[in-house]
Structure formats: structure tokens, C-alpha cells
Ligand binder design. Structure first.
Ligand code: NAD
Length: 494
């Protein structure tokens, strides 16, 4: 046998064995399965992906498995994506009480009733039907622009809404035809892995794809870096504070960043005080003010500030005295000396983030009635509670002399995050002035912040609002490439 033939035979044998190995790995996968040698992983896929249902120790393995699943998803067509969307929404709704409790037990932040609600409302997240192609026709034929997938998306989720963010992201990302790998927040990773495994088990049972959404079970900064640098990851979606936004933007990959906020509220003298007070309490108390869109500081015209605070007291708010505010501030923030003799910088004490009002009340030295939703107090505009994104059930109320001053203060407090702002007013000029000056992604008039995400207002839901990168409330289209298909001089029938 010549050496050429020998080499050829070796290559053929190796190829056949490779295919057998990969095919064996998917032999139990129902119809839409496939994968293996044709999975697009360049031979990295092996038998190790079976039985994991998306939960991996190793980030690289998770990315390889998601890449295999992406190819399987392509074969499953629109029907497969639609079924995945339905499965995620159905499971989130039916398991809302159990999963809400599990998430609260793990993270120890927020409120059970709202943890449950955040899962039940997942049905408001847009899916496959959102992707309608655009078409044009004319004398030169027809043109179709379609929204097509990138491949595998790398996603980071926050501690504040772990299962809801992950679930909404899966709906959006998979509806667009992609698969996804999550690096969740370490303090909310167990609940996310549990829910993700349940999704994949159900998806596998019905359409034979096992790892359409993957997760690193014990996430670290290294696993984040491994995901970001993996060849299969074509796009990033990060939801969190300034640190992760900066890290994502430095990866060199395209990043959709749902970043931090510090939403200001302006109340003028044309507003309905009852409605404004109710809305402020409802929004700021939601999940103990963990929402990035939640009301974080209030600027009220001097002439109506007292009336507003009285209404807040009637609607579940408890007003703190100056002394109580001081005690709470000392407990809720750590003040570090500014560099070069500058002003001391406040950082939020994590022991208070997302805690119940009773915990804050104890620190303030005040007794509060059962059912208290929110604490509040009058402060100056440069108070730590105004400047920092506190994420706890307390809002500062700052008196302003005019709408102009209120808008200017709101701009300062928002820090240019361009996230969310809220106004209570019946004066369209005040609304317009605030809308123009703040230029935020969400601008809510005369309602609680959640109305900006379809809860009591028009619109659709996502727990990832892409603020610094500008995509807005994320939806399936956010995770697509636009591709054009042209037929020249034909098929324009009339
Ligand atoms: P966080 O910034 O501490 O963590 C968010 C995620 O980023 C976690 O998974 C964390 O592990 C990861 N992370 C943090 N720093 C990182 C780094 N340098 N490199 C890689 N990964 C890193 O935030 P959190 O406390 O979990 O969530 C609250 C923050 O998220 C708030 O600032 C809130 O406004 C923001 N948020 C924004 C949205 C939005 O849609 N815009 C939604 C929810 C939360």
C-alpha cells in the first residue's frame, strides 16, 4: 500500500469514527435534533453535552453546547422557536410561586408577592410574532428584509431579578433564532440554573433540543471572560450596573448593555396629588425598589410638596423625621473620603438593598405599622439618597421652587444614564421640557414606573432595557441581523 493511500485511509477512518461518535451522541434526540458532525462546533462537540440540560460547570463547554443547539434550532424552524417561547412562558407562569420563593430564599432581596408577579407577567414579553419582515416592491421587482439570528448570544443577568431576566432574555433571543449562554450573578445563580434546567428538559421533551439556553453553574469573572472570548459568541447582552457595562464594552464584541439607572420623579402643581402619591408609592415599593426603573428620588414643587407627602402617608408611606433620616443614612451608606481632599463619596450598604421597610425602619429607630410600603423623608438635592441608586424602599423628597429647577435637579440626579424618568403633571409644556432635558429611554407621565414596561401602561415587557447602547426595551429584533433579499425586475405582479 502506497503511503498516499495509507494516509487517505487513515483520514477516512478518522472521519467515519468522528461521525459515529457525534451521531451516537444525539441518537436519543427526537426529530428536530441533529447536531453532531453538522453542528457547526468544528468538531468540539462531544458526548459531554448530553444530559446537562443547559447547566455546565465550564463556560467553554456551555458555549460549544449552545453552538450545537443553535444549528438544531435553525432546523426546527419558526414552529420550534414558537414552541420554545410558549414553553418558557408557560413554565414561568405555572411555577411562579415556587420559583419566586426559591429566588427570594437565595438572594434574600425583594418581596415575594412581586417576585411571583414578575414571573407571571412574562407573557408580556414579545416573541416570534414580533419579527415581521419588511417588504418593498416597485418597477424593479421586490425586496425583502428579514430579521435573522446572530448565532450564540452571551448574556449576564443581575441579582435583582435573576429568573425573570433570564427567562425574558431566552424568549427574546430564541424567538430571534439564537441560542444563549448565561453568566448569572453569583448570588442568584442557583435559582437561575434550576429554572433553566426545567426549561431545557421541557424543550428537549417536545422538540429534541437540549441546550438552547445554557448557564455556567458557578459563575465567576473568569467564566465571563471565557464566554466573551469564545468564537461562537457573536453578541453580548449584559444587564447590571456600571461595572459589567464597562467590562462588556471592553471585550471588542458587539454588546447590548442594559445598564444602571437612578430614576427621578418630578411633581408639579398641576398634578393630581392623590394619583401622584399612589403611583410613587406603588413604583418605589415594587420588589422593595429593586427595579432599575423604580422611582429613586422625588422633586416636588415647594407649593405642593406638603400635600404630596400627606397623600403619600395615606397610601402606605411613612415619613421619617430629620433625626430618623440621619440614622438611616448612616446605616444605609458607607462614606469614604474623596480623593485629594474632595467630597466624601457614599456607597450603598448591600445589607439594606432590597430589604423590607421594617429593616430600614429599625435602622432609622422608628416603629411602622404593618403593611407599610415605603419610607420617605425630605432631603436636600445633594443627599446620598438622591445621588446614589439606593435600591431599597425609601425615597427622598426634595423641594424645588420651579419646574425649571426640578428638571435641572432631575438631570443631575439621573447622571446621564438615560434610563428612566417620571413626571406627574397636567402641563404638556412641563412634560415636554422634562422629556427633552432628561432624554431618557423611558419617560412615564402620570403613572408608576412599571407602567413603562406594560404593567398598567401600554407597551411590552422586558427586564433588560438597553440604555447606554441605545436599543431600548429589548425585544426579539434587538438580537437580529437585518438581511436583504432582492428579486430583480420580477414578481411585482401589478
Ligand atoms: P451588578 O452590576 O452587581 O451585577 C450585574 C451582573 O454583572 C452580575 O451577573 C455580576 O456578576 C456581573 N458583573 C458585575 N461586574 C462585572 C464585571 N466587572 N465583569 C463581569 N461581570 C460583572 O448589579 P446587580 O446588583 O446584580 O443589579 C443591579 C444593577 O443592575 C443596578 O444598577 C440596576 O439599575 C441594573 N439593572 C439594569 C437593568 C436594565 O434593564 N437597564 C435591569 C436590571 C438591573
Amino acid at each position: 500500500m502506497s503511503s498516499v493511500n495509507e494516509m487517505l485511509i487513515r483520514e477516512i477512518v478518522s472521519e467515519v469514527l468522528g461521525r459515529l461518535g457525534a451521531a451516537g451522541a444525539v441518537s436519543s434526540v427526537p426529530a428536530a435534533g441533529g447536531g453532531g458532525a453538522q453542528c457547526g462546533c468544528g468538531g468540539k462537540a462531544g458526548t459531554g453535552f448530553r444530559g446537562k440540560f443547559g447547566v455546565f460547570q465550564d463556560a467553554t463547554e456551555a458555549c460549544n453546547a449552545a453552538q450545537e443547539a443553535f444549528v438544531q434550532l435553525q432546523k426546527s424552524g419558526i414552529a420550534g422557536r414558537r414552541r420554545i417561547e410558549e414553553i418558557v412562558k408557560e413554565l414561568a407562569e405555572t411555577n411562579a410561586e415556587e420559583w419566586g420563593r426559591v429566588e427570594l430564599e437565595e438572594t434574600k432581596i425583594g418581596r415575594l408577592d412581586h417576585k411571583i408577579e414578575k414571573l407571571k407577567i412574562l407573557k408580556l414579553v414579545p416573541g416570534v410574532d414580533w419579527l415581521r419582515p419588511d417588504a418593498r416592491s416597485g418597477d424593479h421587482g421586490i425586496m425583502l428584509e428579514e430579521y435573522t439570528p446572530f448565532g450564540v448570544v452571551g448574556a449576564v443577568t443581575p441579582s435583582t431579578h435573576s429568573i425573570p431576566t433570564m427567562s425574558g432574555n431566552i424568549v427574546n433571543i430564541v424567538a430571534a433564532g439564537n441560542s444563549v449562554v448565561f453568566n448569572p450573578h453569583p448570588s442568584a445563580a442557583k435559582c437561575a440554573a434550576m429554572a433553566l434546567r426545567r426549561y431545557n428538559e421541557a424543550i428537549y421533551r417536545e422538540i429534541g433540543i437540549e441546550n438552547v439556553a445554557c448557564i455556567v453553574e458557578q459563575p465567576t469573572m473568569d467564566s465571563f471572560k471565557a464566554i466573551c472570548s469564545h468564537d461562537a459568541i457573536r453578541l453580548l447582552l449584559v444587564t447590571g450596573g456600571p461595572g459589567v457595562v464597562k467590562a462588556a464594552m471592553q471585550t471588542g464584541k458587539r454588546a447590548i448593555c442594559a445598564g444602571p439607572g437612578n430614576p427621578p420623579v418630578l411633581v408639579d402643581d398641576t398634578a393630581c396629588m392623590q394619583r401622584a402619591a399612589r403611583a410613587i408609592i406603588q413604583g418605589a415599593a415594587y420588589d422593595n425598589n429593586l427595579l432599575c426603573i423604580g422611582e429613586k428620588e422625588v422633586f416636588a414643587l415647594d407649593t405642593i410638596a406638603e400635600k404630596l407627602m400627606v397623600e403619600m402617608e395615606k397610601n402606605g408611606g411613612v415619613r421619617l423625621s430629620a433625626g430618623q433620616l440621619e440614622a438611616l443614612t448612616k446605616a444605609a451608606f458607607t462614606f469614604k473620603e474623596g480623593q485629594g481632599g474632595g467630597c466624601a463619596h457614599a456607597s450603598v450598604n448591600r445589607d439594606f438593598i432590597g430589604k423590607d421597610p421594617i429593616v430600614l425602619a429599625r435602622a432609622a429607630g422608628v416603629t411602622i405599622p404593618a403593611g407599610t410600603q415605603l419610607l420617605f423623608a425630605e432631603t436636600e438635592a445633594d443627599h446620598a439618597f438622591v445621588v446614589e441608586e439606593q435600591m431599597m424602599p425609601f425615597v427622598p423628597v426634595v423641594r424645588v421652587r420651579s419646574v425649571e429647577e426640578g428638571v435641572a435637579r432631575a438631570v443631575e440626579a439621573e447622571h446621564g444614564y438615560k434610563h428612566t424618568s417620571i413626571i406627574h403633571s397636567h402641563d404638556v409644556e412641563a412634560m415636554t421640557a422634562m422629556g427633552r432635558a432628561l432624554d431618557t429611554t423611558l419617560f412615564i407621565k402620570n403613572g408608576p414606573s412599571m407602567a413603562g414596561l406594560g404593567l398598567g401602561g401600554e407597551g411590552y415587557l422586558s427586564f433588560s432595557i438597553a440604555t447606554p447602547t441605545g436599543e431600548g426595551v429589548s425585544n426579539p429584533r434587538t438580537f437580529t441581523r437585518v438581511r436583504r433579499c432582492v428579486m430583480v425586475d420580477n414578481l411585482r405582479i401589478y
